[in-house]
Each structure stands twice: as structure tokens, then as C-alpha cells.
Design a binder for this molecule. Structure first.
Ligand code: PGA
Length: 245
């Protein structure tokens, strides 16, 4: 069974004082659990988070990474630079990167490959938009998004790759996918990538809906935005995941 993982995507939120306060509140309360615990802050907060996270058992990931080690790529961060900081992994292909910053399946795969080669773990995001779901295209979209992941990344990655299924219409909207929809999508994804990779669900996860989702087959954790920002809520989500299955 894949390792369970609770990953907090902090997006463009928090300042340094808030990051320190978050980790101070979590303290060592989660340090000994076997659930993998991740937060992904903005680039400006990575160093603060890495220092403050010591002793909490929480790993610090980046929200993005370029595919080159260095070069003329204004605004980007390389996997080598992230490794140099002490970052453990990166979220790649988040739907907000796809929607607002021109991320494609092709560029995302390049980023993920470079991360894995440099020793960074990867949470690779996929998910359909609302019109695609309404048109009955969900599985076809997931299959397309996963096709180069399967051919190019999977043979090299092993369990250092996690897949996050995040229906775009459920992200930040309060519209969580139903357990039936999550069950169906995760079974479909597991059918394509096999049973060894952790599969995370994301999209309006909260403490009051997570128990139902985390107990579904092929759901090994969550990629959580809004509800991961406060320490109390992060701790509650962790407790739910720890008890699930
Ligand atoms: P949300 O975001 O939990 O705020 O819906 C999830 C994500 O974007 O990863």
C-alpha cells in the first residue's frame, strides 16, 4: 500500500511571521506519525519554512520548478537551486499553473523529470475542467494528461512520484467532488499508473469532508489549499488521514 500523504498547497499566501507561527503551533505533535506531511509555500518563504519546520516532521516542497539547472529563465527556480536550499520536492502541473501560466502536459513532464533526476519528489497534478466533466470527457482528459507521465516518468520514478487528482471545478470553490466521483476517478487513475504510487485527492478538502474521501479505495491522502493554511486545520486533516483505511 502506498504511503499516505497530506500535502498543503499554500499558494500565494502567508508572510514569514505567519509561516513561523504555523510551525510553532504544530510543534512536534505530528512528528512521529507515518503519514507523510508536506507544505508548499511561496518561493520567498521556503527558507523560513525549512528552518521553522525542523522537528515537526513536515517536509517543505516548492510549488513549481524549472527543467534546467540554470539559465536565462526570468522568474523561474531550478531543481538544483531548490535542492541547494534543502527543499524535498515540488508540486508540478497544478491547474492554476496550467490555467494562468501556460503550463502544458509537455512542459510539466519536463519539470517533473528534472526534479526527479535532481532528487526532488514530485506531486504531479491532473484533473478535468467543468465543461469536460459535463461532456463526459473526464477519463479521456485524465488519460491524456497521464500519457507522457506513464511513458516518460513512471519507469524512472517509483514511489517518489505522487499523483494528485484535482477536478478543476472543485479547487477553491467549496464544490467538493462526491465520494462516487472521486472513487471512480481514482480507480481509473490506478488502472493506468498501477497501485504503487500515492494518489492524492484535491479540491475543497476540509476537515468535515476529508474522512469520507480519505477512506475511499485508491485515495492515499490529500492536496489541500485553503484548509491547510491554519495549523489547527492541518492537524485535524492529518488526524483524519492517520486514522483512515
Ligand atoms: P483548495 O485547493 O483545497 O483550496 O480547493 C486545492 C489545490 O489547489 O491544491
Amino acid at each position: 500500500m502506498p504511503t499516505k500523504c497530506l500535502a498543503g498547497n499554500w499558494k500565494m499566501f502567508k508572510n514569514r511571521a505567519e509561516v513561523k507561527a504555523f510551525f510553532a503551533k504544530v510543534g512536534s505533535s505530528l512528528a512521529s506519525s507515518r503519514v507523510r506531511k508536506v507544505v508548499a509555500p511561496s518561493p520567498t518563504l521556503l527558507e523560513t519554512a525549512l528552518t521553522a519546520a525542523q522537528g515537526t516532521g513536515i517536509e517543505v516542497f516548492s510549488q513549481n520548478a524549472h527543467w534546467s539547472d540554470s539559465g536565462a529563465f526570468t522568474g523561474e527556480m531550478s531543481p538544483a537551486q531548490l535542492v541547494d536550499l534543502g527543499v524535498k520536492g515540488a508540486i508540478i502541473a497544478h491547474s492554476e499553473r496550467r490555467q494562468y501560466f501556460g503550463e502544458t502536459d509537455e512542459t510539466a513532464v519536463q519539470r517533473a523529470l528534472a526534479c526527479l533526476e535532481r532528487g526532488l519528489d514530485v506531486i504531479y497534478c491532473i484533473g478535468e475542467r467543468v465543461e469536460q466533466r459535463k461532456a463526459g470527457e473526464t477519463n479521456a482528459v485524465l488519460k491524456t494528461q497521464l500519457s507522457s507521465v506513464i511513458s516518460k516518468i513512471l519507469p524512472k520514478a517509483g514511489p517518489r512520484l505522487m499523483i494528485a487528482y484535482e477536478p478543476v471545478w472543485a479547487i477553491g470553490t467549496g464544490l467538493v467532488a462526491t465520494p462516487e466521483q472521486v472513487k471512480e476517478a481514482h480507480a481509473f487513475i490506478a488502472g493506468l499508473v498501477g497501485n504503487s504510487l500515492p494518489l492524492l485527492y484535491g479540491g475543497s478538502v476540509k476537515a468535515d469532508n476529508f474522512a469520507g474521501l480519505a477512506s475511499l479505495p485508491h485515495v492515499d491522502g490529500g492536496l489541500v489549499g485553503g484548509a491547510s493554511l491554519e495549523a489547527d486545520s492541518y492537524i485535524a486533516l492529518h488526524g483524519i488521514l492517520d486514522k483512515s483505511h
